[in-house]
Design a protein around this ligand. Sequence first.
Ligand code: FES
Length: 334
Amino acid sequence: MTKVIVDGTDIVFECESGQTILESAKRAGYALPYSCRNGVCGSCKGVVKEGSIAFDREPGALTDEERSNGWTLFCQARAETDLTIQVTSIDRMNPDAVKKVRAKLYKLDRVSDDVSILSLRFPAGVRVKFKAGQYLNIQLRDGGFRSYSMASPSHQTDSVQLHVRHVTGGAFSSYLEETACVGDYLSIELPLGSFYLREISKPLLFVVSGTGFAPVKSIIETLMKSGFPSVPVYLYWGGRRKVDIYLASLAQKWASRFPNFTFVPVLSEEKNGVDREGLVHNAVMDDFASLENVDVYVCGVSAMVNAARKDFMQLRDLPGNSFYCDAFVMSSEL
Ligand code: FES
């Protein structure tokens, strides 16, 4: 058993041999930021100031420069000795907060050729609290699970909405394509993840691709109920085609209602003479000379998330503690 000291705090937790630092923190009741838990997205990055660590496999989501400066991925690193680490954030977890429930599929809408919106209702009397932006796991018949962000606002506690992109051959996609019926029951576990809105003190920039819109919808609709912030709020939503921005009309409605809300759809393949063209994070790079005083929330495929993190920090001076992300990792990337 080794000991991990979190620099700048009074937090100390123990690591059992074979456990990652992320798992050990969780067992001790602390939440570190994470998303993929597979060394792909870089959400769990932090610095090892003292001590030595080992990996089952080399963490791919780190640059050579980060590695030489002591950065590591806490979802991959195991402590070989006592450690002192620096984290981007750490919160106390409520062990009773995560619930397992059987939820009823009560609405299923195909909103584009490859995206469905599912509405799940919890059993009578069951309410589940979550932070807007978090996700849930759906248990699959083969024992695996699929993760989807809640798209509904956090004040709606008796049901959740999910946005699911159909993946050819994917286990949950096949279920949706072939057998899913309104009235089905699904076993889910929630809430999970560290992608949620922090205290608002600066302009907010949301950068999403595809169904990465789901957690941002949850955040915006939660803010609409609790009091929309007075700071500028930007949503850049990227897709290959116009149809991939499947709720553009909703985002446009927000822009009409709130003068400080800006919606920028960006298409990487289709050219229609109206929408911006190119990669969504490049559109942000074109529009912002500096991101030094902005809080950035990025959600979508891991390639986009990693490119945004690297370019925003290296070329637009975004501080590391102002970048929050949730990366979708395909099974082929693991
Ligand atoms: S959570 Fe560690 S790299 Fe994604």
